[in-house]
Write a protein that binds this ligand. Sequence first.
Ligand code: ADP
Ligand code: ZN
Length: 433
Amino acid sequence: MKKYWNEKFETMPVEQLQEFQAQKLRETVAWLYERVPFYKQKLDEKGVKPEDIRTLDDIRHLPFTVKNDLRDNYPFGLCAVPMKDLVRVHASSGTTGKPITGPYTAEDKAQWQECMARTLWAQGVRPDDICQNAYGMGLFTGGLGFYLGVEAIGSCLVPTGSGMTERQIMLMQDFGSTVLFCTPTYALTIAEKADQMGVDLRKLPLRVGSFGAEPWTVEMRKEIEERMGITAHEAYGLTEMMGPGVGFSCEAYRLHLNEDHVYPEIVDPTTLEPVPLGEKGELVFTALQRRAMPLLRYRTRDITSLRRVECDCGRTLVVMDKILGRSDDMLIISGVNVFPSQVESVIMEFEEMEPLYQIRVFKKGHLDGMKVEAEAKPAVYAQGKEALEELARRISARIHAVIGIHAPVEIVPQGSIARSEGKAKRVIDERKK
Ligand code: ADP
Ligand code: ZN
């Protein structure tokens, strides 16, 4: 069977790929200039004409797009095609205010399917697999995005959607699901529930997971792999670009971006200047082939870095490091920037601990304070108050050593931390009350 879903684009020599990107960039800018008043005005303000964009370097002359631009133009103000040309509209959760829309033409949907097929194929999904899709099915791009990939490959889809965890486990046993799609924190919720039900997931046919939609650490990946007896892969994406399918991990656990569809940049979030390969900054994407709502230099707020590596898998597609978190989730504690994922890494170093934690942020005089609440394994919790306090102190000292902040840790009783069925909420901000 073929190794790559799309060998041509997944292994294209970088120079040739960049020529392709430059061509698609020119087409996209021209497409938007003629059809979307928002972009025409932005380009006119900068004195940039579509024909000024010739090389990939010229991208620096293009304006950025931010989340608020999408909100201000809700629902279809940035759409480059009439409604009659749309075949699908998704939307992101939009916890604050109006959601962000993701409209697709038939062509956009076909490209999304292509990107999802590349993702699943790279992760070992084949026509004879039974794929249990426990991502939310609905406006959220996760569920229907993975569905497209499964359809392209021709495996069997079991669209359970998220939640009803006992039933997920029952179906997994009865149907013999071999592949699971959901968020990493929901995978853990499933693993915990299976333990409680006395079901050993490692003995089931389940062998691969494709997890994403929220930050997770390498330590978390290993925990899931061990508890489920699977290979845990990763998918990355966002509604604004297409949904899942923007990036996928390969057999070497490196996350490659489908950069013939999305052109990535990393910029310094304050100066907005591009940073060199390998350095951390804010991830910015330009859609290269979309028709309905291609965005120019969209600021994702995700913090990460990019690398050109010769990957063992043979793909030439650029590699993205793990997302540290969204800039919105960054906490500033006594002047030190902290992401929840850093706290997760430390907690997961302790084998006494469960991967269940939350961070409370509060006002401490004029400064911000932070406290970590986390659950220990039941046998450890049973050791009693003194042992738990000693364990908490050790974790706290380790947080200080690794992250550089003072944060007390409390080991809370089992069940205290809310179990996630989708994107976990890691931070409880008491400053906003
Ligand atoms: P919302 O903004 O409502 O969460 P989306 O579902 O579009 O809507 O979320 C996209 C965001 O989810 C990304 O910008 C990123 O912050 C996060 N995300 C998605 N996949 C991953 C992943 N594999 N690792 C880390 N974060 C991810
Ligand atoms: Zn690879």
